[in-house]
Design a protein around this ligand. Sequence first.
Ligand code: NAP
Length: 283
Amino acid sequence: MTKTENKSKLFGIIGTPVEHSLSPKMHAFMAKSLDIDMSYELFDVKPEKLHTTMENFKKTSACGFNITAPHKIEIIKELDEVLDDALCMNSVNTIVNRNGKWTGYNTDGDGFCISLLFENCEIKDKNILIIGAGGAARGVCYKLAEYGAKSISITARTKEKIHIIGEMVKKYSDAEFYPEIDKTKKYDIIINTTPLGMHPNEDKNPCDFMDIINESTVCCDLIYNPCKTVFLKESEKKNAKIINGLGMLVMQGILAFEKFHNVQLDRKKYYEELNCLLADYKI
Ligand code: NAP
């Protein structure tokens, strides 16, 4: 296919595995409601094939892709331009082709923060504890700091990764940063960013300090399948407010859709509608 031959609007998600991705359903729903003609497909791409895949897409008129694990860092090399915040996070989850120029964005961090606000969980001036220091944690911490968190503390097994996030938070925000948990401190929000609680570790709770959780804590998990992880179930028993990762998934999708189609959506309306569409994953 050459650039001039293909008039259809091709979008999709690139990652591996991708067969269970909910993104096709979400994007099809939004496109249908706005009468946008497009196709959204799954592209299961192994790491060693990412470069060739992108070279091939660049020869077509493919319009944009969501990028998921394990390619969020490596995709950066394939792009003509990357937005500053995505570069700081070192993570791109959305790429858009505008007249042959491929631009990378990260909508995960904003997606998470906006979903918290939509769930009536304030971020500004809050003390936040993050469990895990991987790619998702980087994006989430960057944006939580930007949205005005008072402090961000991280507990994770790889200290070097905590340090990298700390440097980023201190460089780009006024938020206080603590590279460890203080079990005497009152955390307003605790967020699990590890895969513990998800298949094949459904029975694992990443939080071995449940004592610090009470009815005034908001406990979040980036996982949405299962919809209630052990961490969220145990937090609920302590009367904490619980939020799973579905809202983040939905919101990053809405923000990506806006970039793909150059539209401004009624975000709250689509947030609610997509949460209903994906009711199986809703708490
Ligand atoms: P990642 O880069 O691999 O980071 C995973 C983090 O969890 C790392 O800090 C890792 O520690 C830690 N970890 C993994 N296994 C552990 C274990 N057994 N014990 C203690 N810590 C462990 O992954 P990611 O991309 O950040 O994704 C993290 C989670 O967020 C996944 O569950 C993913 O599905 C979810 N996610 C959800 C959304 C959404 O839209 N809801 C979006 C993105 C990600 P080490 O670095 O030491 O290995």
